[in-house]
Design a protein around this ligand. Sequence first.
Ligand code: CUA
Length: 393
Amino acid sequence: MRLKRTRQELRRRLWIPALATLALVLAACSTESGPRNRQNALRPEGKYAEKIDNLFGPVFWVSVLVGALVIGATVGIAIKYRVRKGEDVRPKQTHGSTPLEIGWTIVPAVILLIVAIPTVSTIFSLANEPKNALEVHVIGKQWWWEFEYPRSDDGTKVVTANEMHIPTGRDIVLDLEACDESLPGGAELSDGTTTPGCNVIHSFWVPELGGKRDVVPGHHNQMKLFADEPGEYLGQCAEYCGLSHANMRFRVIAQSPSDFDSWLASQRDDPAVALSDAGDAEKLFTTKFQCTNCHTTENPALSTYGPNLTHLRSRGTFASGYYELTRKQLIRWILDAPSLIPMQSELCRLPPPATCVGMPSFTKNTPNGDTKKYPTMTRREAEILADYLLSLE
Ligand code: CUA
């Protein structure tokens, strides 16, 4: 009796936390009218994302129907034919039923066929080669994204990081890859050239503008984006790729075609301040802390191991789109980046062939406390570097 009461009480008490948890989980679902989380595949903002959403909706409801029927039948039958008190009879055993066997073979086949027709047609329609598309070359690195724009008439391309600008109303074809000359690990050939080094598998995903596609070393994958309206769309690496996979973000900035053209033209410009005119920053950047091993501030067309910084100030964020680009944040980053985003960068200040990933700490003075060879950075030095980088519009 007492046990029964306790159980009832327990059940009553569990209602409240269960409801609270449900409310919390449902709060993550934003609706059409709710606040825009900018990473919502159910809220497409362009024709390719719309096509995927148009397929997802019907397939989802077919799945709900099938799930409800199967679970309902299972539970219903279990309740109806349960062993009742005092009943101790083995139920009647039947073996095989031709109508049933035929039925449960044909019905799922028909359901799959119904789902397959729009699926295959969407796959084909997404694979069409669009005319007059802008091709952007996307390279997945640990843990950030590099974007390369096609060469202009004078043969220069534009290389930027973590913020991909696109024009609205135009097809964007992405050429996704995970290998390039700036990555370590390439092999030297007999003719003196080097094969590209390769990164790991990443996955490129901008939920509101298109699908999701893996970025695979040694393989070029294609995918298309389309934005109806100007705006900022959030993207995220969607394939586990190491320590900072979760921080491997980016954003797509869709602009009117004329705004996009002027952005692209400004990215082709020489740096606003030449390194040789950068005063104290020059020595710090090139010699003392050897930032030039991984970055360039001089050539907007160069793909480098770390992000190309020639026009850093034109970006709103840095560190794979994780931090807003402010002086305060940049100084913290220059001093001790691994404390802001986890990276495997303990060996990054050792000369090659030490392999490392990411930006080293200049205050913790890894590796091995060898302070003579690897100078520690003062706050003043970080300020000088940050001010120089922030002058690069
Ligand atoms: Cu790149 Cu996960």
